[in-house]
Write a protein that binds this ligand. Sequence first.
Ligand code: FVH
Length: 289
Amino acid sequence: MTYISVLGLGAMGQALAARLLQQGHSVTVWNRTAGKAASLVAKGARERSSAADAIASSDITVICVLDYAAANSVLDGAASVLAGRAIVNLTNGTPAQARATAERLAGLTASYLDGGIMATPPMIGGEHALILYSGSKPTFDAHVGTLEALGVATYLGADAGLASLHDLALLSGMYGLFAGFFHATALVNSEGIHAGEFLKLLGPWMTAMMGEFPGYAEKIDSGRHGVNVVSNLAMQAASLENILTATREQGVATNLLAPLLELFRKRDGAGHGDEDISGVFELIRRRSG
Ligand code: FVH
């Protein structure tokens, strides 16, 4: 059994604390606004009236609040008890914010693990919940048994920014997918076709298209986007032009796809029309120097 504190009892903090209690851990909770701990206390959690008291009660503390401004204000209020403590911050933020927090806590001799939760609250503890961690390896190793209760615990390295980098990248993939879904559905819906009906076609199509990713990944990693004799960039740029023309004609907004067409045109205009569309990556990646 681990003595663990959960700071922040929003939808996610509630799910984390409930799962830890279910797994038989001794759970202490705190939330900025009172009144959110009742159901957890009924299940055996101990509530504290300050974040500092909660941190001081446990071997390890999980922070899960709205954003880093909130997480920093929680840490500010508890600065006097942080020395020697293990802090796991599962608040969504940027790599730079995670690194700054790691540096700050190292200065206070606290150990720090940053985390990215790839799950919604109802998924916590289930087989599809993934939680990415980076930062203090000794802290991860010491507590991985407890953290595994929340979701598959994956450690990405000592740089505290890595979990957030991967978290935001995975969410970017998700939002790109959602953007495609919204645009495609708006297009057919302009003729009265319902989303649920269209999904019968769109779902399998999108799944099949994900089969292109390994080939794109290979080309991106090699930096060579090759001659594509099957579906080259110039052909796809012409198709995307048609899609955007039809989108306008149907009275649907072009906001989601117009930026992609701009990149296709730019790459095509630079003489890469016979290559794979993976070459668009070269227009958006960070360049050294
Ligand atoms: N819910 C989800 O689907 C996603 C799944 C992936 C991970 N995210 C991230 O988890 C963080 C917490 O999200 P949440 O769903 O628990 O969010 P809320 O239900 O809105 O609760 C927010 C909690 O944050 C507390 N809080 C806000 N500002 C402050 C502050 N200045 N000082 C202290 N605590 C603060 C808030 O407290 P209160 O308003 O009740 O007093 C809630 O406990 C988040 O990073 C997601 O991106 C969730």
